[in-house]
Ligand binder design. Structure first.
Ligand SMILES: C[S@@+](CC[C@H](N)C(=O)[O-])C[C@H]1O[C@@H](n2cnc3c(N)ncnc32)[C@H](O)[C@@H]1O
Length: 189
């Protein structure tokens, strides 16, 4: 219900948004990419050749200028991704992983739709809607959020569909003003 109303806003400040774009560029995210829990912006410095955006609000998704396809889909209703096996080169999820009530199912599905060697990149800050995130997010510290997301990768691995060791990084300079930008990412192995 919350997402029935369009919200053409940004959820993190300009420096954090720039840090997301810099990370995607540094990691070489491109080709056919899925931006999960997406909105009207996907933060790429250069749009991937093909970008599928999946989220809850149709108007926001169709306004996304980097997207080539928009899919309205509730991952808390059904964590099964409506895509073929190994059909994406990379998957991204920006400031939204904390809303997943079945994160292990979603991470398993992300692994299924990723080609071997493809990256799944999660980014988040220290802001969130306390009434909408899982309780575990509100009861853990900023540092523990990275460890929690890393656990999602480890525990979602299935035989033959695993992840390499997740990387946890603070991508903005520590102790400086503005929204911090954390990243957790791992490669499909
Ligand atoms: C904080 S916004 C972040 C939007 C965008 N990723 C960004 O970086 O600005 C959260 C997004 O998650 C999406 N979302 C929330 N719950 C979802 C769910 N259960 N299934 C799919 N998308 C969801 C909403 O559509 C919303 O756009």
């Amino acid at each position: 219900m919350f997402y029935e109303h369009d919200r053409f806003v940004t959820h993190i400040d300009d420096r954090a948004i720039a840090a997301v774009g810099a990370l995607y560029e540094e990691l070489g995210i491109g080709g056919r990419v899925l931006d999960l829990m997406s909105s009207w912006i996907s933060h790429f410095r250069t749009a991937p050749a093909e970008l599928v955006v999946l989220g809850l609000n149709a108007a926001e998704l169709t306004a996304n200028q980097q997207a080539s396809e928009a899919v309205v889909y509730d991952l808390n209703d059904d964590p099964t991704l409506p895509f073929e096996d190994a059909s994406f080169d990379a998957v991204t999820c920006c400031v939204s992983v904390d809303y997943l009530i079945r994160p292990l199912d979603v991470f398993s599905e992300v692994r299924r739709v990723l080609r071997p060697g493809g990256l799944f990149v999660n980014t988040f800050s220290n802001r969130y809607f306390p009434t909408k995130v899982i309780q575990g997010w509100t009861k853990t510290s900023e540092e523990q959020h990275g460890l929690l997301v890393a656990l999602y990768y480890r525990r979602s691995a299935q035989p033959g569909l695993g992840w390499d060791e997740p990387v946890i990084e603070l991508r903005t300079p520590p102790g400086t003003p503005g929204d911090p930008l954390y990243a957790v990412y791992a490669r499909a192995v």
